[in-house]
Design a protein around this ligand. Sequence first.
Ligand code: PRP
Length: 181
Amino acid sequence: MNTPDSIERVLLDEEKIAARVRELAAQISADYADSDGLVLVGVLKGAFIFMADLARRLQVAHHVDFIALSSYSKSTVSNGAVRLIMDTRASVAGRNVLVVEDILDTGHTLDYLLRTFRARNPASLRTCVLISKPEQRQVEVKVDYLGFEILNEWVVGYGLDYADRFRTLPYIGVLKREVYE
Ligand code: PRP
């Protein structure tokens, strides 16, 4: 597939992502095998593609739900203020909740989500994150299932965007600096 001019290089190609998603799904399926199932909560918009692929590989009963958040002033400075703009459809009380995120950057979003869900008394609460940028962390959050750790580069594709562009690229690519600087 041709890469758009804005992409410097492919970081994770389709095969590599698919293989890791299969491994994560196998691990999650094994860990929840003796449970009465789980609810996957995808964080919109970025997680929609990862969530769809992960869910279809799970060998354990599950429901899917979504939550949408918006972080204030993300493009300038990430100060950790997160706003809930769409809540899950169903209650998570008493259920095994797995929060599914595309990327963990400063950690503020996942920290907010974990605090929010913990207060709702789920039976269990875990996190599944495709990409982590450890160098960027401002708040430590626990990741139970992690796809890849990467360096601090702006990555797009497979759900990840720059100004809402490039989300549906089938691979994860590094954006050229000149696009965002
Ligand atoms: C991204 C990503 C996470 C968040 C992580 O969302 O999907 O939710 O940033 O960043 P943090 O660790 O610094 O909080 P974004 O705000 O880009 O919205 P989107 O998913 O709609 O693209």
